[in-house]
Design a protein around this ligand. Structure first.
Ligand code: GTP
Ligand code: MG
Length: 201
């Protein structure tokens, strides 16, 4: 089962966010960690989201509609050392705006290179999600680059995050089905909760 995702719009500021009644799940992570590739893998499509060897490919928030109730937001990557300081500040403020105020955000998929593990920025994002009651899903990316013997150590690196990551590879599809299930599950839960808000007490 693939996610039937279609690109809808790019936004640089809240005025540009789509006004729709969809539950949103965002993909966040360092530049070059594999967010856009992951979205393509989830959708079973090679070029839905643009990917690149050069960090800093995604420079805006890209909104994709999935079916008729879910949306996936591909966020620009942060933390690329060679990024101009003005560009890095712009990305940080775009992420803060979106993660800080989107009312429809139900889940945050935090992608972390399996060989690197979470650092300060990832712990901050996890705390931000927890503070807003947004469900956190951790993903260890590029697991195809790990030897068998390195997998346990990779998992151990995620301990500070407090949740176990899904070991994934957009290259050989490891973990993609599981991630897809978790995204859909989190969106369903959010839908149920929001409908319950409207029920008479
Ligand atoms: P920004 O848009 O710059 O934030 O990057 P991104 O996180 O969207 O990364 P993107 O998907 O563009 O991938 C960056 C590079 O990593 C590309 O060269 C991809 O081919 C490669 N890549 C992505 N996923 C995987 C994976 O699972 N395994 C391997 N080996 N390479 C991957
Ligand atoms: Mg990208």
């Amino acid at each position: 089962m693939r996610l039937d995702a279609k690109f809808v719009t790019s936004a640089f500021a809240p005025e540009g966010y789509p006004r729709w009644d969809r539950v949103e799940v965002a993909l966040a992570g360092r530049s070059n960690v594999g967010k856009s590739s992951m979205l393509n893998a989830l959708a079973g499509s090679k070029n839905l989201a643009r990917t690149s060897r050069t960090p800093g490919r995604t420079r805006a928030l890209n909104f994709f509609a999935v079916g008729d109730r879910l949306a996936i937001v591909d966020l620009p990557g942060y933390g690329f050392a060679k990024m101009a300081r003005t560009q890095a500040a712009r990305i940080a403020s775009m992420m803060n705006d979106y993660l800080g105020q989107s009312e429809r955000l139900a889940g945050l998929v935090l992608l972390v290179d399996a060989r690197r593990g979470p650092e300060r920025e990832e712990l901050d994002l996890a705390a931000l999600a927890a503070g807003r009651g947004v469900k956190l899903i951790a993903v260890a990316t590029k697991c195809d680059k790990l030897r068998r013997s390195e997998r346990a150590a990779a998992l151990a690196r995620f301990k500070p995050l407090g949740i176990e990551p899904i070991l994934c590879s957009a290259l050989d599809s490891e973990g993609i089905d599981e991630l897809r299930r978790r995204i859909v599950g989190c969106a369903r839960e959010a839908r149920r909760a929001s409908t319950a808000d409207f029920l008479p007490r």
